[in-house]
Ligand binder design. Structure first.
Ligand code: NDP
Length: 514
């Protein structure tokens, strides 16, 4: 069980910045989830016959409503995450508005039937088309760090593809998803098309037992459990799992920009983003000036409650706070130096951890190996770009990374060599808010993509339709088999597939004789 107590059939949601209870919600039982999916299935049967234009119109209506209700949205988000209001508008609302624009405009194009021209000339006698259609009911299981982006945001392409959606948000942050579903209802989405079921892991398991596909975002361990359970029903899963994103700073980098991108990329949302910068490798000649710039920027960060004008709020999960505290303690016990931060913020009761810069770290420390998911920037000096890349790739994770260099060629070469799903050159985090570009992980960071064509096609069944063009009474491969047909096939294959003109001429002769 996590931070919020599940007592009998309810979940108590608390504000992590104040530790006060802000809601108590009824948990959905296995039967409730089965019922929700059955209702969603009925709604989907109607929804799948609507046009892309009708779906897009509803999405635009939802966007207008979110903009009208943005203060309420910020209230809900800040209350259950402890984030500053600026982040509610600048990150989640911005993301949703932009993503709605993308999916409303591009879905029809991404899912248009595609004509395929077979490479084998004999197959030109057939018309070949591949089509995309809705899977049915998509189950979305999401974590607590971006409770609107990873629930409502994830539902947008699934809905545009003609599916119904049932969301199981994190038990720590269920209110944002409920708010999103309420807004969708007000915007005119049909009843039961987008539902939220409340609960912990068991509710998630029930959803896997009934939905037609699961889009999961969360930790590696839970991702493996989700996949094992989905395997029992042979339903597809997409897994967006953890990350340990590296940043490389080369000696020719613009240090001011690199330091700014590092601090934002590591501390945005209190470091609780899957693509947060979690370890930094800096070439020796610029190591000290880079560290000085980062420390100066981190010391200037204002941390506090969402009502004030602050840069950083509290963390959202107490379990996570304890984990990062233990990582910092372990690093210090093995020789790391804290240049700023390094402890719970003593000025507040809630889950505040001071933004922290650590140096004298090494690759064996858990702060450099395990996911941190908190406001910590460990910085390590390296000899050269090769060493930086080798250390960056020395990780079970492969979500994203960033590289800073004025040399475009070197930056590109390092980006190609980095073992991860996305790389930013001279930038950080920005790939996540370009929803046109596929985003996914390698290695333990999972598989399947959000965003771009893949981000909507994953919610579809792909079907290939082959149409005969000539209408002959007989086709060559049909029964009966004969020696003559076999000879002809052998000559034909030699003619079409074997290299060299002499061989082809011999095959034509053979064909003529047979
Ligand atoms: P968890 O893996 O603990 O939980 C994710 C979701 O799965 C929650 O809703 C959780 O419910 C639910 N769940 C737990 N057990 C099961 C189960 N057996 N079957 C089905 N569902 C289950 O992750 P956190 O919520 O702690 O989120 C943090 C993690 O998410 C980090 O590792 C982070 O890297 C990752 N993440 C990845 C992103 C990406 O895009 N790659 C983006 C954001 C986060 P409940 O919490 O209610 O128990």
């Amino acid at each position: 069980m996590k931070d919020n107590a599940v007592i009998a059939q309810t979940i108590k949601v608390r504000n992590p910045a104040t530790l006060e209870q802000i809601a108590e919600l009824t948990v959905a039982s296995h039967a409730d989830v089965a019922h929700a999916v059955a209702q969603a299935r009925k709604a989907q049967a109607v929804w799948q016959s609507t046009s892309f234009a009708e779906r897009a119109k509803l999405l635009y209506g939802l966007r207008d409503l979110l903009l009208d209700e943005q203060d309420k949205l910020a209230d809900v988000l800040t209350a259950e995450t402890g984030r500053p209001r600026a982040e509610a508008y600048g990150n989640e609302l911005f993301y949703l508005c932009d993503a709605i624009g993308l999916w409303a405009k591009r879905s029809a194009g991404y899912l248009r039937p595609e004509k395929i021209r077979p490479h084998f000339p004999l197959m030109w006698l057939k018309k070949v088309v591949t089509t995309y259609s809705a899977r049915g009911v998509i189950g979305i299981i999401s974590p607590w760090n971006l409770p609107l982006t990873l629930t409502l945001g994830e539902a947008l392409p699934a809905l545009m593809a003609g599916n119904a959606v049932v969301i199981k948000p994190s038990e720590l942050t269920p209110l944002s998803a409920l708010f999103g579903a309420e807004m969708a209802g007000k915007a005119g989405f049909p009843n039961h098309l987008l539902q939220v079921v409340i609960g912990s892991g068991e509710t998630g398991e029930a959803l896997i037992d009934h939905a037609d596909m699961i889009a999961f975002t969360g930790s590696v361990e839970t991702g493996k459990r989700v996949m094992r359970r989905a395997a029992e029903r042979l339903i597809p899963v997409s897994l967006e799992l953890g990350g340990k994103d590296p940043m490389i700073v080369l000696k020719d980098a613009d240090l001011e920009r690199a330091a700014g991108a590092c601090v934002w990329g590591a501390l945005m949302n209190c470091g609780q983003a899957c693509t947060s910068i979690e370890r930094v490798y800096v070439e020796a000649p610029v190591y000290q000036p880079f560290v000085d710039r980062v420390v100066a920027r981190v010391r200037a960060i204002r941390q506090g409650p969402s009502e004030r004008e602050v840069d950083l709020g509290s963390m959202t999960s107490e379990t996570q706070l304890r984990k990062i505290d233990a990582q910092v303690d372990e690093a210090v016990a093995h020789g790391a130096t804290v240049l700023t931060g390094g402890r719970r913020n003593p000025n507040f009761n809630g889950l505040y951890y001071e933004p922290t810069v650590l140096v004298n770290v090494n690759q064996n420390m858990s702060i450099m190996r395990e996911e941190t998911f908190g406001p910590i920037i460990p910085i390590m000096k390296v000899k050269n770009a090769e060493e930086a890349l080798s250390l960056a790739n020395d990780s079970p994770y492969g979500l994203s990374g960033s590289i800073f260099s004025r040399d475009k060629r070197t930056g590109w070469q390092l980006a190609e060599g980095m073992q991860c799903g996305s790389v930013c050159i001279n930038d950080s985090l920005i790939n996540f808010i370009i929803p046109d570009a596929p985003m996914g992980g390698m290695k333990d960071s999972g598989f399947g993509y959000r965003h771009g064509a893949e981000g909507i096609r994953k919610y579809c069944r792909q079907k290939t339709i082959v149409v005969d063009r000539l209408g002959l009474k007989e086709e060559f491969p049909w029964y009966p088999a004969s020696e003559k047909k076999s000879r002809q096939i052998r000559h034909l294959l030699r003619l079409l597939c074997r290299s060299g003109w002499k061989n082809k001429i011999r095959a034509i002769g053979g064909l003529a004789r047979s």
